[in-house]
Design a protein around this ligand. Structure first.
Ligand SMILES: [Zn+2]
Ligand SMILES: [Zn+2]
Ligand SMILES: [Zn+2]
Length: 222
């Protein structure tokens, strides 16, 4: 990433003159000399708190989404929120300003949103929005599946791809040589099906079978 474009303001902190390394911990910036800012041999306790070396320096940014970066020998505060930088959020976005740290669908702020939060391509979804979308996709897939195209009990060699017997979604299965296979859950329609394998002439063939009623109502997560 070219940080030059996103630098916001100079980080004035005379104590940092001989420091060239920084670690981000939440919005905290921990400056250190070498190897690690933490005392080595210190066990990581349940709360994740480790003891900082005496020469480690903690500085809080002027804005939550800023992080410190050494650019051409000077420390700068750099904007880390992609949307503030004119980009889109992604699966891996982990710095967001308070304005943009919201559910991509309903706009609920992170602190108010239903949990768990789900990382998605264009920013995270709150739990409610996640399940609303998941159920829409599920119902669409179940309704659109042409069941006449699926013959239950026929074995196929699809390089490990068998069809979900409820919605027709291709299901990838990594065969590990064990013909005893656990029941599978389709990640589109969320129904559970049985998957069986058999060997014939050196090939492994698969078949899938319904083990519950096809249900169009909303899936209720546990
Ligand atoms: Zn932002
Ligand atoms: Zn939402
Ligand atoms: Zn399915």
């Amino acid at each position: 990433m070219n940080l030059e474009k996103f630098k916001k303001e100079k980080l004035y902190e005379p104590r940092l003159d001989s420091y060239s390394l920084v670690l981000r911990h939440g919005s905290k910036q921990i400056f250190y000399k070498k190897h690690s800012p933490f005392v080595s041999g210190q066990p990581v306790r349940g709360d994740g708190k480790r003891k900082l070396k005496p020469d480690s320096i903690v500085v809080l940014p002027p804005k939550e989404s800023y992080f410190a970066a050494l650019i051409d020998g000077d420390w700068w505060w750099v904007e880390g929120c992609p949307e503030c930088n004119g980009q889109k959020r992604s699966w891996s976005t982990y710095i967001e300003c308070s304005e943009h740290n919201v559910c991509r669908d309903c706009g609920e702020a992170s602190s108010d949103a239903s949990r768990p939060l789900w990382a998605q391509r264009d920013g995270w979804q709150c739990n409610d929005c996640y399940w609303i979308e998941k159920n829409l996709v599920r119902q669409e897939a179940l309704r659109c599946f042409d069941e006449s195209s699926f013959v239950e009990g026929s074995y196929v060699d699809l390089d490990g791809e068998v069809l979900c017997p409820y919605c027709g979604e291709e299901h990838y299965y990594e065969f590990d040589g064990d013909l005893q296979i656990d029941d599978q859950q389709c990640d589109v329609c969320l129904h559970t099906f049985a998957l069986s394998a058999k060997e014939r002439g050196g090939d492994v063939l698969f078949t899938s079978r319904r083990i519950e009623e096809k249900e169009l109502s909303d899936y209720e997560p546990e």
